[in-house]
Each structure stands twice: as C-alpha cells, then as structure tokens.
Design a binder for this molecule. Structure first.
Ligand SMILES: NC(=O)c1ccc[n+]([C@@H]2O[C@H](COP(=O)([O-])OP(=O)(O)OC[C@H]3O[C@@H](n4cnc5c(N)ncnc54)[C@H](OP(=O)(O)O)[C@@H]3O)[C@@H](O)[C@H]2O)c1
Length: 292
C-alpha cells in the first residue's frame, strides 16, 4: 500500500479496531467520519479522493441502528445503500481497492445450514434491505478490486454492543429476558480487523463471510458474557415471539444467520477462533480501557 488508506466511519466500533490493527502493522491511513465527511454527500467523498487518492478504502461507515432503520428507511438506504454505490464509482475512477463491510442480516434466516456467500439474500428488515442495496450498487459500479466482508453480531471496545448492554443492565440489578431461538456467530472487532487487513493484503476479491467460529443463541451469548464479567444476573430465556410481544416495534431479525466462512479459510489458510475465546480478551480490554 504505497498511497494512504482511508477508513470511512472511523469513529465507529469496528473502525477503531481496524485503525489499531493498521497502526500495529505500520500501514499509513486517514480516518474520516461525520461531521467532516458525510458519505452521503458526494462532494465530501470526491474531495477525499482528490486530496488523498487512496490505495484502499475501508468502508466501516453505516447506519447501524437496526430498529431505527424501520422508521428511517430513507436515511438507511442513503447511508447503507446509495452512498456505497457512489463510493464504489469513485474507487473505480481512482483505481482504489474497496473493502466494504456487510452483514448476516442480508439473509432471511429461514435456512438451517450456514449461509454461503453465493446464497440468495432475502433480508427481513429495513436495515438488511439497505445493506443489500449497498452490496448491489457496489457490484454494479464495478470497481477494479472489491471485497465485501459480511460479518455478524459484532462487539468490541468503543461502541454499543450486545455483551456491553447485558453487563450494564445486569449491573443495574434489572432482570434480562433474552431470545434463545435466534442463532448466529458473535464476532470480536479485533479479530475481524486482523482478517480485513489480511484479506486486503492478499488482494482477495468478491464476497467473504467472516465471523468468529461456532454458532450460539443470544441467550447463551449473554450467559457467557455475564460469566466472563462475573456479574450475577436474573437472566431468562424467551422466544422471539415472546420478546416481540414485549417490544412490538422491534425490527425482525433472522432466526438463523450462521455464515459459512470456508472462503476465508481458502484465502488465508485459517478461520477465526471460536467466539468463546474472545470474551476474555474483551473483558481484559474493558478493564485496561477503564470502561466500555
Ligand atoms: N454492529 C454489528 O453487530 C454488525 C453486525 C454485522 C455487520 N455490521 C456492519 O459492520 C460495519 C461496522 O459496524 P459498527 O458496529 O462498527 O458500526 P458503528 O459503530 O455504528 O459505526 C459506524 C460509523 O459510521 C458513521 N456514519 C453514519 N452515517 C455516516 C455517514 N453518512 N457518513 C459517514 N459516516 C457515517 C457513524 O457515525 P454516527 O455514530 O455519528 O452515526 C459511526 O461512527 C457496518 O457496515 C455494519 O453494517 C455490524
């Protein structure tokens, strides 16, 4: 990477881990986020490309509030969809590699086997539809080198995330009802950041599924997180149906969204470690950081 790399959405949870990974490998980059660089403003994006002529762009920017996307569909499509198309067009014009992050939520979740990158997406939420739109527009814009990394159930330092919410609610002594019939793979941002850089350096192209390994339910993930943080909690398993009855405005989420990461293994000769091993690292990081 002779020219600088750029991270869009640099204040976000994954971007923070990616920035640390790039620093540790001595890779020069510029991080950009709102308000100075709004991905939905074409002039902002054009000015970044004109100024930096990036070798590679990591797009970690997104409107990630899954429930809010149901009410703010236009904003979701604008950030997660159309802006990605614009970015991909710029990348084509400037011969810039594009590494874009997508999600397991592009799938319906009605399957029972891990989803392959080639499986047909059928999102069940506005967020999932907006992310799929981004994937489609990226591919239509046909940048020279593009990489879509679909990941899932992300957590790490510097952002709201599921284990953090569990720990914070339990610390307040409140009871927790967590669904036990949605299955996926938790993914630690630091592990994903390593893979993002490795795939980029390996000049991988196409769609890759990248999660920590091993499926689990939100309930079992919550239980493991609370045990790791050593917080006693009143944790009850509930079905999705029961949960939606308590919170009817929630977006629908895939029931089963395990991603098949074989292509990652083919490209790098390894997959990501089991998710259970990542919680202790997260716990240590939270302690070192003095908070979430
Ligand atoms: N979190 C998950 O569980 C999960 C799972 C699967 C895939 N993903 C994908 O992984 C990627 C990173 O997720 P994350 O959890 O790290 O997200 P995040 O913490 O919400 O970070 C996203 C960043 O993008 C910024 N942003 C929003 N709109 C923007 C715009 N118009 N222009 C420029 N920046 C903008 C956000 O700013 P504000 O905070 O000010 O809005 C935020 O700093 C996303 O593509 C997401 O879809 C996430």
């Amino acid at each position: 990477m002779h020219r600088q790399a750029v991270i869009f959405g640099s204040k976000g949870m994954l971007a923070r881990a990616l920035a640390a990974e790039l620093v540790s490998r001595g890779i020069d980059f510029v991080g950009l986020d709102l308000p100075e660089c709004d991905l939905t403003r074409q002039t902002d994006v054009a000015s970044v490309f004109g100024r930096i002529r990036p070798s590679v762009v990591f797009n970690c920017a997104a409107f990630t509030k899954v429930d809010a996307c149901e009410q703010q569909v236009e904003l979701a499509n604008s950030v997660n969809g159309y802006a990605v198309g614009t970015l991909a067009t710029m990348c084509r014009e400037f011969d810039t590699a594009l590494v874009h992050i997508s999600t397991d939520f592009v799938f319906s979740g009605n399957g029972q086997h891990p989803y392959q990158p080639t499986d047909t997406p059928a999102p069940v939420s506005a967020y999932g539809r907006s992310k799929l739109l981004g994937e489609q527009l990226l591919r239509e814009a046909n940048p020279q080198r593009w990489l879509i990394i679909r990941t899932a159930w992300l957590y790490g330092i510097g952002g709201p995330n599921f284990p953090r919410t569990m720990v914070e609610v339990a610390r307040q002594g409140k009871p927790l009802c967590v669904v036990n019939d949605q299955i996926g793979c938790p993914t630690y941002t630091e592990d994903l950041a390593q893979v993002m850089v490795d795939l980029t350096l390996a000049r991988a192209r196409g769609i890759f599924h990248c999660t920590n390994s091993g499926p689990t339910s939100w309930y079992d993930f919550a239980k493991a997180a609370l045990e790791t943080f050593d917080i006693p909690a009143d944790l009850q398993p509930v079905s999705t149906e029961q949960y939606l009855a308590m919170r009817p405005n929630q977006a629908r989420r895939p029931a089963y969204s395990v991603l098949d990461c074989t292509s990652l293994h083919t490209a790098l000769g390894r997959t990501m470690r089991p998710w259970q091993q990542t919680l202790a690292d997260y716990h240590r990081k939270v302690q070192d950081n003095g908070g979430f």
